[in-house]
Design a protein around this ligand. Structure first.
Ligand SMILES: [Zn+2]
Length: 428
């Protein structure tokens, strides 16, 4: 859909469905940002989201009253009109009905307040800016943060949350707002024209169609709130389902402990908060006969990059052992060996990438037990994973937050439960 042409990302993004699983892979560690830097961005800041970068002309439908700023002044269209924009000879060329606008570098399109423009079958809020960048067309949506959250939160937390889940949606709104502020301040961000991608590489963004009333209420109730620890913005990480226990930051990233990303028991005296998740328990059976070639490709990619390593010679597997577990019970690594005693060690989250299913979905988590079957000659023929949880386990357990909301906990209590020692600050 929107995943059209982002140079450098193409290889990573096979489809939207496959890319969903990047979300639950190793999270990005953003630089800690001080609250002072955050407040400098102002209230409800405008954020810039890349909708397209490439060389194909793009069609956009503008609403009545859309303004185009040209060298001779402002032009306003009288009726809803479809347009085509392209880059020709390093200039932006925009055709709107009988009008043609040309600009050497960028062109700002103002959409009337409360109206939307249509792009690729979706309606979007905010304004549009076209850039010409080394012969490529760059289409960027400029939208205020709170409107942006209305679109991304239902996609990030999953549609279908009811009134009883409202407190969990509020926590998700605070986490997504905090993440977005972190990205706005991150020097790593982008090519200068935009702050965020519209994909799960940042936060999935499809415009107005994702919005709904329950989520709008939750976002409005937490307007301007972000998560803070010691006067710096927190790494507002979340994952689908912890499986009963969240994870410590150093188990995923190594290095220094992050004070508020501690392993917490996700439950009370009676049950786990995330028990209702379809991913609380999971199983996957891998047939090594069919999987073998792919498996060694994955090992070459993630574990052992030297093609001369003896593990690649006979491509047989006679040993898969868990090398250890961290304090939460999650697997630290797998020792993978062949008949001649050669082995490699797959560590941390990379273990998940070695055993995708036929659709490319990686293992749901690294919290699992193994059951192996072997041929008469001792080679492993099937690997059965019996696991718990979905995602890296850091920060908010989304299904746990839903469970807490249904038990009557407030958003502030849920926030402080998963981000130990952190607090909520209202910026505006
Ligand atoms: Zn949980």
């Amino acid at each position: 859909m929107i995943l059209k042409d982002f140079p450098g990302l193409k290889n990573k993004i096979i489809s939207f469905f496959a890319s969903l699983f990047l979300l639950t892979g190793i999270p990005e560690l953003l630089k800690s940002q001080s609250l002072f830097e955050v407040t400098k961005l102002g209230q409800d800041p405008v954020i810039r989201i890349l909708l397209y970068k490439g060389n194909t002309p793009q069609k956009i439908t503008f609403p009545t009253g859309t303004e185009f700023t040209t060298s001779t002044g402002i032009r306003r269209i009288a009726l809803q009109t479809q347009s085509q924009v392209a880059v020709k000879e390093n200039s932006i060329s925009l055709t709107v009905g009988n009008n043609k606008f040309v600009s050497p570098d960028s062109l700002l399109i103002r959409i009337p307040a409360g109206e939307t423009f249509l792009y690729d079958g979706n309606a979007y809020r905010g304004n549009l800016v076209f850039h010409s960048d080394e012969k490529s067309l760059v289409v960027v949506n400029h939208v205020d943060l709170e409107s942006y959250l209305q679109s991304v939160i239902p996609t990030e937390i999953g549609q279908g949350r009811k009134k009883q889940d409202l407190e969990s949606v509020k926590v998700q709104a605070i986490a997504a707002r905090t993440f977005t502020y972190g990205k706005l301040l991150s020097k790593k961000a982008t090519d200068g024209h935009y702050d965020l991608l519209p994909t799960v590489m940042d936060q999935a963004y499809f415009g107005v169609k994702s919005e709904n009333t329950t989520y709008r209420e939750a976002i409005a109730a937490t307007n301007g709130m972000v998560g803070v620890y010691d006067s710096t913005l927190i790494q507002a990480l979340y994952h689908s389902t912890c499986g009963g226990l969240t994870e410590n930051s150093e188990s995923v990233w190594g290095g220094k402990k992050i004070a508020y990303l501690r392993s917490v028991y996700c439950g009370d005296d009676t049950t786990s908060f995330c028990k209702a998740s379809p991913f609380f328990y999971w199983e996957r059976k891998v047939d090594m006969d069919k999987h073998n070639t792919f498996f060694f490709k994955q090992i070459g990619k993630y574990v052992e990059k030297d093609p001369a390593h003896p593990i690649f010679k006979d491509k047989s597997v006679s040993r898969i052992e868990i090398s250890g577990r961290d304090s939460s019970g999650r697997v630290l690594g797998l020792r993978i060996g062949n008949g001649s005693g050669t082995e490699v060690l797959a560590q941390g989250d990379y273990v998940r990438w070695l055993f995708p299913d036929s659709t490319g979905k990686i293992l749901s988590s690294v919290w699992f037990d193994l059951e192996l079957t072997r041929s008469d000659s001792g080679e492993i023929t099937t690997v059965l994973f019996k696991g718990r949880g979905y995602g890296h386990g850091l920060g908010i357990c989304q299904w746990g937050a839903v469970g807490m909301s249904r038990r009557g906990y407030t958003f502030d209590q849920i926030f402080r439960f998963y981000y130990r020692g952190a607090r909520i600050v209202k910026l505006y």
